[in-house]
Design a protein around this ligand. Structure first.
Ligand code: SF4
Length: 511
Protein backbone atom coordinates (compact mmCIF):
# COMPACT_ATOMS: atom_id res chain seq x y z
CA UNK A 1 0.00 0.00 0.00
CA UNK A 2 1.33 3.48 -0.87
CA UNK A 3 1.89 6.33 1.54
CA UNK A 4 -1.23 7.98 2.88
CA UNK A 5 -0.44 10.53 5.59
CA UNK A 6 1.99 13.47 5.92
CA UNK A 7 2.57 13.50 2.21
CA UNK A 8 1.63 15.75 -0.71
CA UNK A 9 1.76 15.38 -4.46
CA UNK A 10 1.14 17.92 -7.19
CA UNK A 11 -2.43 16.61 -7.59
CA UNK A 12 -3.06 16.83 -3.85
CA UNK A 13 -1.79 20.41 -3.69
CA UNK A 14 -4.03 21.31 -6.66
CA UNK A 15 -6.98 19.77 -4.78
CA UNK A 16 -6.06 21.67 -1.60
CA UNK A 17 -5.80 24.94 -3.49
CA UNK A 18 -9.29 24.37 -4.89
CA UNK A 19 -10.74 23.36 -1.49
CA UNK A 20 -9.03 22.15 1.68
CA UNK A 21 -11.96 19.85 2.40
CA UNK A 22 -11.42 18.18 -0.99
CA UNK A 23 -7.79 17.48 -0.04
CA UNK A 24 -8.90 16.15 3.36
CA UNK A 25 -11.39 13.80 1.66
CA UNK A 26 -8.73 12.55 -0.78
CA UNK A 27 -6.39 11.68 2.09
CA UNK A 28 -8.77 10.48 4.81
CA UNK A 29 -11.89 9.16 3.07
CA UNK A 30 -11.05 8.80 -0.63
CA UNK A 31 -13.65 7.70 -3.12
CA UNK A 32 -12.80 4.74 -5.32
CA UNK A 33 -10.87 6.29 -8.23
CA UNK A 34 -13.14 6.57 -11.27
CA UNK A 35 -11.49 6.17 -14.64
CA UNK A 36 -11.97 9.25 -16.82
CA UNK A 37 -11.79 9.79 -20.56
CA UNK A 38 -9.49 12.81 -20.03
CA UNK A 39 -6.89 10.52 -18.44
CA UNK A 40 -6.75 8.40 -21.61
CA UNK A 41 -6.55 11.50 -23.79
CA UNK A 42 -3.63 12.72 -21.66
CA UNK A 43 -1.92 9.31 -21.74
CA UNK A 44 -2.07 9.15 -25.55
CA UNK A 45 -0.75 12.70 -25.83
CA UNK A 46 2.02 11.69 -23.38
CA UNK A 47 2.98 8.83 -25.73
CA UNK A 48 3.33 11.33 -28.58
CA UNK A 49 5.44 13.62 -26.38
CA UNK A 50 7.79 10.72 -25.61
CA UNK A 51 8.01 9.83 -29.33
CA UNK A 52 8.65 13.45 -30.23
CA UNK A 53 11.51 13.93 -27.76
CA UNK A 54 12.94 10.45 -28.37
CA UNK A 55 13.71 11.25 -31.98
CA UNK A 56 16.76 13.29 -31.12
CA UNK A 57 19.26 10.50 -30.66
CA UNK A 58 19.65 11.12 -26.95
CA UNK A 59 20.38 8.75 -24.10
CA UNK A 60 16.98 8.20 -22.57
CA UNK A 61 15.65 7.04 -19.22
CA UNK A 62 11.90 6.35 -19.19
CA UNK A 63 10.50 6.02 -15.64
CA UNK A 64 6.81 6.05 -16.59
CA UNK A 65 6.35 2.43 -15.49
CA UNK A 66 8.47 2.74 -12.32
CA UNK A 67 7.00 3.01 -8.81
CA UNK A 68 7.48 6.53 -7.34
CA UNK A 69 9.84 5.60 -4.47
CA UNK A 70 12.16 3.75 -6.88
CA UNK A 71 11.77 6.45 -9.54
CA UNK A 72 13.04 9.11 -7.07
CA UNK A 73 16.28 7.15 -6.55
CA UNK A 74 16.64 6.32 -10.26
CA UNK A 75 16.15 9.98 -11.22
CA UNK A 76 18.85 11.25 -8.87
CA UNK A 77 21.27 8.46 -9.82
CA UNK A 78 20.77 9.16 -13.54
CA UNK A 79 21.35 12.89 -13.06
CA UNK A 80 24.44 12.32 -10.92
CA UNK A 81 25.85 9.79 -13.43
CA UNK A 82 25.91 12.44 -16.19
CA UNK A 83 25.23 9.65 -18.71
CA UNK A 84 21.57 10.38 -19.38
CA UNK A 85 20.35 13.21 -21.64
CA UNK A 86 16.60 13.00 -21.20
CA UNK A 87 14.32 11.55 -18.50
CA UNK A 88 10.61 10.85 -18.96
CA UNK A 89 8.63 10.98 -15.69
CA UNK A 90 11.65 12.12 -13.66
CA UNK A 91 10.49 11.95 -10.03
CA UNK A 92 11.53 14.20 -7.16
CA UNK A 93 10.66 14.46 -3.50
CA UNK A 94 11.37 17.44 -1.29
CA UNK A 95 9.67 18.61 1.91
CA UNK A 96 7.29 15.60 1.94
CA UNK A 97 6.06 16.54 -1.54
CA UNK A 98 6.45 14.25 -4.53
CA UNK A 99 6.26 15.33 -8.18
CA UNK A 100 6.69 13.56 -11.51
CA UNK A 101 7.83 15.74 -14.40
CA UNK A 102 6.85 14.81 -17.95
CA UNK A 103 10.16 15.57 -19.63
CA UNK A 104 13.52 16.58 -18.13
CA UNK A 105 16.27 17.46 -20.62
CA UNK A 106 19.97 17.97 -19.87
CA UNK A 107 21.14 21.43 -20.85
CA UNK A 108 24.93 21.83 -20.32
CA UNK A 109 25.39 21.71 -16.53
CA UNK A 110 21.69 22.09 -15.75
CA UNK A 111 18.32 20.67 -16.73
CA UNK A 112 15.21 21.95 -18.51
CA UNK A 113 11.75 20.90 -17.37
CA UNK A 114 8.85 20.37 -19.76
CA UNK A 115 5.30 19.83 -18.58
CA UNK A 116 2.84 18.36 -21.11
CA UNK A 117 -0.90 19.12 -20.97
CA UNK A 118 -3.47 17.64 -23.31
CA UNK A 119 -5.33 20.98 -23.27
CA UNK A 120 -5.56 23.34 -26.21
CA UNK A 121 -3.83 26.28 -24.51
CA UNK A 122 -2.04 27.50 -21.42
CA UNK A 123 -4.66 27.97 -18.68
CA UNK A 124 -4.35 30.06 -15.48
CA UNK A 125 -4.42 26.92 -13.29
CA UNK A 126 -1.35 25.57 -15.14
CA UNK A 127 0.94 28.22 -13.58
CA UNK A 128 0.64 27.02 -9.93
CA UNK A 129 0.68 23.44 -11.25
CA UNK A 130 4.02 23.92 -13.06
CA UNK A 131 5.35 26.05 -10.17
CA UNK A 132 4.94 23.04 -7.85
CA UNK A 133 6.92 20.86 -10.29
CA UNK A 134 9.68 23.40 -10.76
CA UNK A 135 10.05 24.21 -7.04
CA UNK A 136 10.38 20.56 -5.96
CA UNK A 137 12.65 19.71 -8.94
CA UNK A 138 14.84 22.78 -8.35
CA UNK A 139 15.27 22.05 -4.63
CA UNK A 140 16.04 18.37 -5.28
CA UNK A 141 18.60 19.28 -7.98
CA UNK A 142 20.25 21.83 -5.70
CA UNK A 143 20.89 19.09 -3.12
CA UNK A 144 23.11 17.30 -5.67
CA UNK A 145 24.70 20.49 -6.99
CA UNK A 146 22.68 20.80 -10.21
CA UNK A 147 20.49 23.58 -11.55
CA UNK A 148 17.03 23.81 -13.06
CA UNK A 149 17.33 26.21 -15.98
CA UNK A 150 14.30 26.53 -18.24
CA UNK A 151 10.66 25.64 -17.72
CA UNK A 152 8.22 25.13 -20.54
CA UNK A 153 4.62 23.99 -20.97
CA UNK A 154 3.61 22.13 -24.10
CA UNK A 155 0.05 21.37 -25.17
CA UNK A 156 -2.00 20.12 -28.11
CA UNK A 157 -1.82 22.27 -31.23
CA UNK A 158 -5.43 23.16 -32.13
CA UNK A 159 -4.43 23.82 -35.75
CA UNK A 160 -3.33 20.21 -36.21
CA UNK A 161 -5.35 18.05 -38.59
CA UNK A 162 -4.46 14.40 -39.15
CA UNK A 163 -3.54 14.06 -42.84
CA UNK A 164 -1.75 10.73 -42.85
CA UNK A 165 -2.15 7.76 -40.53
CA UNK A 166 0.43 7.93 -37.72
CA UNK A 167 1.89 11.29 -38.80
CA UNK A 168 1.78 13.52 -35.71
CA UNK A 169 4.39 16.08 -36.71
CA UNK A 170 3.11 19.48 -35.46
CA UNK A 171 0.67 17.95 -32.94
CA UNK A 172 2.61 19.59 -30.11
CA UNK A 173 2.51 23.31 -29.47
CA UNK A 174 5.55 24.40 -27.45
CA UNK A 175 5.37 28.17 -27.35
CA UNK A 176 4.87 28.62 -23.58
CA UNK A 177 8.11 29.48 -21.81
CA UNK A 178 7.20 29.68 -18.12
CA UNK A 179 10.73 30.17 -16.74
CA UNK A 180 9.90 33.68 -15.56
CA UNK A 181 6.24 33.05 -14.82
CA UNK A 182 6.43 30.28 -12.23
CA UNK A 183 5.93 31.41 -8.65
CA UNK A 184 7.94 29.02 -6.50
CA UNK A 185 7.74 31.20 -3.37
CA UNK A 186 4.01 30.56 -3.23
CA UNK A 187 4.63 26.80 -3.38
CA UNK A 188 6.43 26.92 -0.03
CA UNK A 189 3.36 28.55 1.54
CA UNK A 190 1.04 25.99 -0.14
CA UNK A 191 3.03 23.14 1.40
CA UNK A 192 3.12 24.80 4.83
CA UNK A 193 -0.64 25.31 4.74
CA UNK A 194 -1.69 21.99 3.21
CA UNK A 195 0.69 19.41 4.67
CA UNK A 196 -1.00 19.46 8.13
CA UNK A 197 -4.32 18.51 6.45
CA UNK A 198 -2.67 15.23 5.42
CA UNK A 199 -1.76 14.27 8.98
CA UNK A 200 -3.66 11.31 10.41
CA UNK A 201 -5.09 13.44 13.23
CA UNK A 202 -6.34 16.34 11.04
CA UNK A 203 -10.05 17.18 11.32
CA UNK A 204 -12.20 17.71 8.25
CA UNK A 205 -12.23 21.46 7.45
CA UNK A 206 -15.67 23.09 7.69
CA UNK A 207 -16.29 24.35 4.16
CA UNK A 208 -19.68 24.69 2.48
CA UNK A 209 -20.32 24.04 -1.17
CA UNK A 210 -20.00 27.00 -3.51
CA UNK A 211 -18.48 28.09 -6.80
CA UNK A 212 -15.15 26.49 -5.84
CA UNK A 213 -16.84 23.05 -6.19
CA UNK A 214 -16.82 23.35 -9.99
CA UNK A 215 -13.83 25.61 -10.68
CA UNK A 216 -11.24 24.94 -11.95
CA UNK A 217 -12.36 21.26 -11.84
CA UNK A 218 -15.71 19.64 -10.90
CA UNK A 219 -15.21 18.10 -7.44
CA UNK A 220 -15.89 14.36 -7.09
CA UNK A 221 -17.02 14.85 -3.47
CA UNK A 222 -20.05 16.99 -4.34
CA UNK A 223 -22.60 14.29 -3.46
CA UNK A 224 -20.93 13.74 -0.08
CA UNK A 225 -20.99 17.46 0.69
CA UNK A 226 -24.57 17.83 -0.53
CA UNK A 227 -25.75 14.98 1.66
CA UNK A 228 -24.31 16.72 4.73
CA UNK A 229 -26.43 19.74 3.83
CA UNK A 230 -29.62 17.75 3.76
CA UNK A 231 -31.46 18.01 7.03
CA UNK A 232 -34.42 15.58 7.32
CA UNK A 233 -37.44 16.82 5.34
CA UNK A 234 -35.55 19.84 4.06
CA UNK A 235 -34.66 20.30 0.40
CA UNK A 236 -31.42 22.33 0.19
CA UNK A 237 -31.44 25.64 -1.68
CA UNK A 238 -28.35 24.47 -3.60
CA UNK A 239 -30.56 22.62 -6.11
CA UNK A 240 -31.68 25.95 -7.63
CA UNK A 241 -30.11 26.15 -11.11
CA UNK A 242 -27.68 29.06 -11.64
CA UNK A 243 -28.29 30.77 -8.27
CA UNK A 244 -27.76 27.76 -5.93
CA UNK A 245 -24.00 28.27 -5.91
CA UNK A 246 -23.97 32.07 -6.11
CA UNK A 247 -21.88 33.89 -3.51
CA UNK A 248 -24.70 36.29 -2.62
CA UNK A 249 -27.23 33.55 -1.92
CA UNK A 250 -24.72 31.40 -0.03
CA UNK A 251 -23.87 34.37 2.21
CA UNK A 252 -27.55 35.14 2.80
CA UNK A 253 -28.35 31.55 3.76
CA UNK A 254 -25.30 31.33 6.02
CA UNK A 255 -26.28 34.59 7.76
CA UNK A 256 -29.73 33.11 8.35
CA UNK A 257 -28.29 29.77 9.45
CA UNK A 258 -30.45 27.71 7.08
CA UNK A 259 -30.12 25.52 4.00
CA UNK A 260 -33.87 25.28 3.41
CA UNK A 261 -35.00 25.93 -0.18
CA UNK A 262 -38.29 27.30 1.18
CA UNK A 263 -36.42 30.10 2.98
CA UNK A 264 -34.93 31.57 -0.23
CA UNK A 265 -36.53 35.02 -0.78
CA UNK A 266 -37.98 35.54 -4.25
CA UNK A 267 -35.75 38.61 -4.66
CA UNK A 268 -32.93 36.15 -5.48
CA UNK A 269 -34.89 34.51 -8.31
CA UNK A 270 -33.93 35.23 -11.90
CA UNK A 271 -35.43 34.30 -15.27
CA UNK A 272 -33.62 32.68 -18.18
CA UNK A 273 -34.98 32.42 -21.68
CA UNK A 274 -34.38 28.66 -21.91
CA UNK A 275 -36.64 28.01 -18.86
CA UNK A 276 -40.29 28.72 -18.04
CA UNK A 277 -40.86 32.24 -16.67
CA UNK A 278 -40.56 32.14 -12.88
CA UNK A 279 -38.87 28.74 -12.89
CA UNK A 280 -37.16 29.24 -9.51
CA UNK A 281 -40.58 29.92 -7.98
CA UNK A 282 -41.94 26.85 -9.80
CA UNK A 283 -39.20 24.71 -8.24
CA UNK A 284 -39.79 26.13 -4.76
CA UNK A 285 -43.55 25.53 -4.96
CA UNK A 286 -43.26 22.04 -6.43
CA UNK A 287 -41.10 21.02 -3.46
CA UNK A 288 -43.40 22.75 -0.98
CA UNK A 289 -46.47 20.95 -2.34
CA UNK A 290 -44.53 17.79 -3.26
CA UNK A 291 -46.32 17.74 -6.63
CA UNK A 292 -45.13 17.97 -10.21
CA UNK A 293 -45.81 21.12 -12.21
CA UNK A 294 -47.08 21.17 -15.81
CA UNK A 295 -47.52 24.32 -17.89
CA UNK A 296 -50.96 25.06 -19.31
CA UNK A 297 -49.37 25.09 -22.81
CA UNK A 298 -48.36 21.45 -22.78
CA UNK A 299 -51.56 20.24 -24.47
CA UNK A 300 -51.08 22.63 -27.40
CA UNK A 301 -47.40 21.73 -27.71
CA UNK A 302 -47.92 18.00 -28.02
CA UNK A 303 -50.60 18.55 -30.68
CA UNK A 304 -47.77 19.66 -33.01
CA UNK A 305 -45.94 16.34 -32.77
CA UNK A 306 -46.36 14.15 -35.86
CA UNK A 307 -46.36 10.36 -35.66
CA UNK A 308 -44.31 8.25 -36.19
CA UNK A 309 -42.24 9.75 -33.38
CA UNK A 310 -38.51 9.03 -33.24
CA UNK A 311 -36.19 9.37 -30.25
CA UNK A 312 -32.51 9.81 -31.03
CA UNK A 313 -29.24 10.15 -29.12
CA UNK A 314 -25.64 10.51 -30.34
CA UNK A 315 -22.32 9.84 -28.64
CA UNK A 316 -19.23 11.73 -29.77
CA UNK A 317 -15.58 11.50 -28.74
CA UNK A 318 -12.90 14.19 -28.69
CA UNK A 319 -9.85 12.14 -29.58
CA UNK A 320 -7.00 14.41 -28.39
CA UNK A 321 -4.58 12.50 -30.61
CA UNK A 322 -6.78 12.04 -33.69
CA UNK A 323 -6.87 8.67 -35.42
CA UNK A 324 -9.45 9.50 -38.09
CA UNK A 325 -7.94 11.24 -41.11
CA UNK A 326 -9.30 14.75 -41.65
CA UNK A 327 -10.14 15.35 -37.98
CA UNK A 328 -8.48 17.66 -35.48
CA UNK A 329 -7.68 16.90 -31.81
CA UNK A 330 -10.90 18.23 -30.29
CA UNK A 331 -13.29 17.47 -33.13
CA UNK A 332 -16.32 15.69 -31.63
CA UNK A 333 -16.23 12.47 -33.65
CA UNK A 334 -19.69 10.87 -33.84
CA UNK A 335 -19.31 7.15 -33.22
CA UNK A 336 -22.68 5.95 -31.95
CA UNK A 337 -26.37 6.61 -32.35
CA UNK A 338 -29.50 5.01 -30.95
CA UNK A 339 -33.04 5.41 -32.32
CA UNK A 340 -36.38 4.27 -30.93
CA UNK A 341 -39.54 4.61 -33.00
CA UNK A 342 -43.11 5.08 -31.71
CA UNK A 343 -45.33 4.32 -34.69
CA UNK A 344 -48.67 5.51 -33.26
CA UNK A 345 -50.35 6.25 -29.95
CA UNK A 346 -52.07 2.87 -29.76
CA UNK A 347 -48.81 0.96 -30.32
CA UNK A 348 -45.84 0.50 -28.04
CA UNK A 349 -42.38 1.75 -28.80
CA UNK A 350 -40.24 -0.50 -31.05
CA UNK A 351 -37.13 -2.43 -29.96
CA UNK A 352 -34.81 0.26 -31.28
CA UNK A 353 -31.92 0.47 -33.72
CA UNK A 354 -28.32 1.44 -33.20
CA UNK A 355 -25.01 2.25 -34.84
CA UNK A 356 -21.64 1.76 -33.14
CA UNK A 357 -18.22 1.97 -34.76
CA UNK A 358 -14.88 3.14 -33.37
CA UNK A 359 -12.08 3.76 -35.85
CA UNK A 360 -13.31 3.02 -39.37
CA UNK A 361 -11.92 5.80 -41.57
CA UNK A 362 -15.37 6.30 -43.15
CA UNK A 363 -17.14 6.25 -39.75
CA UNK A 364 -18.96 9.55 -40.37
CA UNK A 365 -20.37 8.45 -43.73
CA UNK A 366 -21.56 5.19 -42.20
CA UNK A 367 -23.01 7.09 -39.22
CA UNK A 368 -25.16 9.47 -41.28
CA UNK A 369 -26.22 6.98 -43.97
CA UNK A 370 -27.52 4.49 -41.40
CA UNK A 371 -29.16 7.23 -39.34
CA UNK A 372 -31.04 8.68 -42.32
CA UNK A 373 -32.28 5.22 -43.09
CA UNK A 374 -33.40 4.64 -39.49
CA UNK A 375 -35.47 7.84 -39.12
CA UNK A 376 -37.23 7.75 -42.51
CA UNK A 377 -38.61 10.92 -44.11
CA UNK A 378 -41.39 12.03 -41.82
CA UNK A 379 -42.41 12.24 -38.18
CA UNK A 380 -41.13 14.33 -35.28
CA UNK A 381 -37.66 13.46 -34.00
CA UNK A 382 -36.83 14.09 -30.34
CA UNK A 383 -33.35 14.57 -28.87
CA UNK A 384 -32.41 15.86 -25.43
CA UNK A 385 -30.30 19.05 -25.50
CA UNK A 386 -30.36 18.60 -29.27
CA UNK A 387 -28.92 22.07 -29.91
CA UNK A 388 -25.65 21.23 -28.20
CA UNK A 389 -25.00 17.72 -29.58
CA UNK A 390 -27.31 16.23 -32.20
CA UNK A 391 -28.00 19.34 -34.31
CA UNK A 392 -24.39 20.53 -34.09
CA UNK A 393 -23.19 17.08 -35.18
CA UNK A 394 -25.58 17.01 -38.14
CA UNK A 395 -24.56 20.54 -39.17
CA UNK A 396 -20.89 19.50 -39.10
CA UNK A 397 -21.53 16.32 -41.09
CA UNK A 398 -23.32 18.35 -43.77
CA UNK A 399 -20.08 20.24 -44.40
CA UNK A 400 -17.89 17.15 -44.67
CA UNK A 401 -16.71 16.32 -48.21
CA UNK A 402 -17.65 12.70 -47.58
CA UNK A 403 -21.27 13.63 -46.70
CA UNK A 404 -21.98 16.76 -48.77
CA UNK A 405 -24.18 14.83 -51.22
CA UNK A 406 -26.52 14.07 -48.29
CA UNK A 407 -26.89 17.69 -47.13
CA UNK A 408 -30.50 18.03 -48.37
CA UNK A 409 -31.57 14.94 -46.47
CA UNK A 410 -29.66 16.09 -43.36
CA UNK A 411 -31.45 19.47 -43.52
CA UNK A 412 -34.77 17.66 -43.70
CA UNK A 413 -33.81 15.62 -40.64
CA UNK A 414 -32.73 18.74 -38.68
CA UNK A 415 -36.04 20.48 -39.48
CA UNK A 416 -37.90 17.60 -37.81
CA UNK A 417 -35.93 17.73 -34.52
CA UNK A 418 -37.59 18.90 -31.29
CA UNK A 419 -35.41 19.42 -28.22
CA UNK A 420 -36.95 17.57 -25.25
CA UNK A 421 -34.76 19.52 -22.79
CA UNK A 422 -36.26 22.82 -23.98
CA UNK A 423 -39.79 21.38 -24.00
CA UNK A 424 -39.33 20.02 -20.46
CA UNK A 425 -37.70 23.18 -19.07
CA UNK A 426 -40.68 25.24 -20.27
CA UNK A 427 -43.43 22.85 -19.35
CA UNK A 428 -42.55 20.35 -16.61
CA UNK A 429 -40.90 20.06 -13.23
CA UNK A 430 -41.09 17.38 -10.55
CA UNK A 431 -39.57 17.53 -7.05
CA UNK A 432 -37.97 14.17 -7.90
CA UNK A 433 -35.74 16.01 -10.39
CA UNK A 434 -33.95 18.02 -7.68
CA UNK A 435 -33.51 21.12 -9.81
CA UNK A 436 -32.08 19.32 -12.84
CA UNK A 437 -33.59 18.77 -16.30
CA UNK A 438 -30.96 16.29 -17.48
CA UNK A 439 -32.60 13.14 -18.85
CA UNK A 440 -31.09 11.06 -16.03
CA UNK A 441 -32.85 13.28 -13.47
CA UNK A 442 -36.11 13.51 -15.43
CA UNK A 443 -36.32 9.73 -15.61
CA UNK A 444 -36.58 9.63 -11.79
CA UNK A 445 -39.81 11.58 -12.08
CA UNK A 446 -41.54 9.40 -14.69
CA UNK A 447 -43.85 6.69 -13.35
CA UNK A 448 -43.27 3.21 -14.82
CA UNK A 449 -40.21 4.19 -16.84
CA UNK A 450 -38.28 1.03 -15.80
CA UNK A 451 -34.97 2.72 -16.61
CA UNK A 452 -32.05 2.94 -14.22
CA UNK A 453 -28.54 4.26 -14.74
CA UNK A 454 -27.24 3.12 -11.39
CA UNK A 455 -26.46 -0.58 -11.90
CA UNK A 456 -22.90 -1.61 -11.11
CA UNK A 457 -20.42 -1.66 -13.99
CA UNK A 458 -22.69 0.14 -16.43
CA UNK A 459 -21.98 3.28 -18.44
CA UNK A 460 -23.66 6.07 -16.52
CA UNK A 461 -22.86 9.20 -18.53
CA UNK A 462 -21.30 10.77 -21.62
CA UNK A 463 -17.78 10.74 -20.14
CA UNK A 464 -18.04 6.97 -19.48
CA UNK A 465 -19.11 6.50 -23.12
CA UNK A 466 -16.06 8.42 -24.37
CA UNK A 467 -13.87 6.36 -22.02
CA UNK A 468 -15.36 3.22 -23.63
CA UNK A 469 -14.44 4.64 -27.06
CA UNK A 470 -10.83 5.06 -25.87
CA UNK A 471 -10.79 1.49 -24.51
CA UNK A 472 -12.19 0.08 -27.76
CA UNK A 473 -9.69 1.97 -29.93
CA UNK A 474 -6.72 0.89 -27.81
CA UNK A 475 -4.88 -1.90 -29.71
CA UNK A 476 -3.96 -3.45 -26.35
CA UNK A 477 -7.62 -4.05 -25.40
CA UNK A 478 -8.58 -7.73 -25.51
CA UNK A 479 -11.41 -8.95 -27.74
CA UNK A 480 -13.43 -9.90 -24.61
CA UNK A 481 -13.01 -6.45 -23.10
CA UNK A 482 -13.97 -4.80 -26.36
CA UNK A 483 -17.12 -6.92 -26.62
CA UNK A 484 -18.02 -6.03 -23.03
CA UNK A 485 -17.59 -2.29 -23.70
CA UNK A 486 -19.65 -2.56 -26.90
CA UNK A 487 -22.50 -4.23 -25.01
CA UNK A 488 -22.41 -1.55 -22.31
CA UNK A 489 -22.37 1.25 -24.89
CA UNK A 490 -25.33 -0.21 -26.76
CA UNK A 491 -27.32 -0.56 -23.54
CA UNK A 492 -26.42 2.96 -22.41
CA UNK A 493 -27.33 4.83 -25.60
CA UNK A 494 -30.51 2.81 -25.99
CA UNK A 495 -31.54 3.73 -22.43
CA UNK A 496 -31.25 7.42 -23.28
CA UNK A 497 -33.58 7.17 -26.26
CA UNK A 498 -36.03 4.95 -24.41
CA UNK A 499 -36.05 7.53 -21.60
CA UNK A 500 -37.12 10.19 -24.14
CA UNK A 501 -39.98 7.95 -25.24
CA UNK A 502 -41.16 7.59 -21.62
CA UNK A 503 -40.97 11.38 -21.17
CA UNK A 504 -43.04 12.17 -24.26
CA UNK A 505 -45.49 9.36 -23.47
CA UNK A 506 -45.89 10.84 -19.96
CA UNK A 507 -46.71 14.22 -21.51
CA UNK A 508 -49.35 12.59 -23.71
CA UNK A 509 -50.83 10.76 -20.70
CA UNK A 510 -50.92 13.89 -18.51
CA UNK A 511 -52.39 16.34 -21.02
S1 SF4 B 1 -17.84 19.51 -3.02
FE1 SF4 B 1 -17.08 21.58 -2.71
S2 SF4 B 1 -16.98 21.86 -0.49
FE2 SF4 B 1 -17.15 19.67 -0.87
S3 SF4 B 1 -15.05 18.96 -0.92
FE3 SF4 B 1 -15.60 19.40 -3.01
S4 SF4 B 1 -14.97 21.48 -3.39
FE4 SF4 B 1 -14.97 21.18 -1.15
Amino acid sequence: MGRIYNYLTKTKIASGLQCEKKLWNEVHQPLKKKKKAAFNRGRLFGDQVIKNYSQKNLKILDLSETWPNIAVKDTLNAIKSDKIDIIFEATFEYNNTLVRTDVLIKNNNGWDLIEAKSSTKLKPEHIPDVSIQSYIARKSLEVIGKKLLNIKLIHINTEFVLKKKGDYKNLISDDNDLTKRVNEKEVQSYIKKLLPITSKEANCPKIDIGLHCVKPYPCDYIERCKSVLKAPNVTPYTILPYIGKSKKLIEYMEDNNTVDLQKVPSSFFIDRKDYAPGYHQIIQEAHKNNKPWFSSNLKEIIKKFKFPLYFIDFETAQQGVPIIIGTDPYYPLPFQWSVHKWESKNKTVDKGKSFLKFNDQDIERQFIETLLDAVGNEGTIFAHSAQSVEIKTLERLKEKDSCKDLSGKIDNLIARVEDTAIIAKHNFYSPLMNGDWGIKSIINALPNSKISYTEDENISGGDDAVLAWFICTDPKTTVEDKEKQKKLLLEYCSKDTLALYYLIKYFFDES
